[in-house]
Write a new protein. Structure first.
Length: 148
């Protein structure tokens, strides 16, 4: 129970504006003062995120295989035990797409191509930063047996 209370105080302290280490030892303020700090902090965060736009979104990277391409969106399958599918990765004019070590367009990507995708989440959408694709390998031809 004590750990839970210490954690709650730390979380509230960080929300009010104290660094995590100082949150546990934060001075007790009146409810009105805390409410004012929380409101001001929330307004500042909203303004900061509006001003920053896409630049504050963290870039993420995944590897997988192209499942499908539709218009300016890409769907990939991430190999794992869950075999997760990632849909609606949106390409725009700033997206850098490379296939087999040469510049390409999203429409040149084909099902089965191996890809390394970097993207940022903006709102509810995933915006492609870069796609590095390698063509799907065609199965090796089987040697024909000669009749004796």
């Amino acid at each position: 129970m004590r750990k839970l209370m210490v954690t709650a105080v730390a979380v509230l302290g960080v929300a009010v504006g104290y660094p995590a280490a100082e949150a546990k030892n934060a001075p007790q303020e009146s409810g009105a003062a805390q409410m004012q700090q929380q409101t001001t902090g929330t307004e500042n965060k909203a303004q900061d995120s509006q001003m920053a736009g896409k630049s504050d979104a963290k870039t993420q990277e995944v590897m997988g295989k192209v499942e499908s391409v539709s218009g300016d969106s890409l769907s990939i399958r991430i190999p794992s035990k869950a075999n997760r599918k990632m849909d609606r990765l949106k390409a725009d004019a700033q997206s850098k797409i490379v296939k087999d070590a040469r510049p390409a367009t999203i429409s040149e990507l084909k099902e089965g191509d191996e890809v390394r995708v970097s993207y940022k989440i903006v709102g509810n959408e995933r915006h492609l930063i870069s796609v590095d694709a390698t063509s799907a390998k065609a199965p090796a031809p089987t040697p024909e047996k000669k009749a004796p």
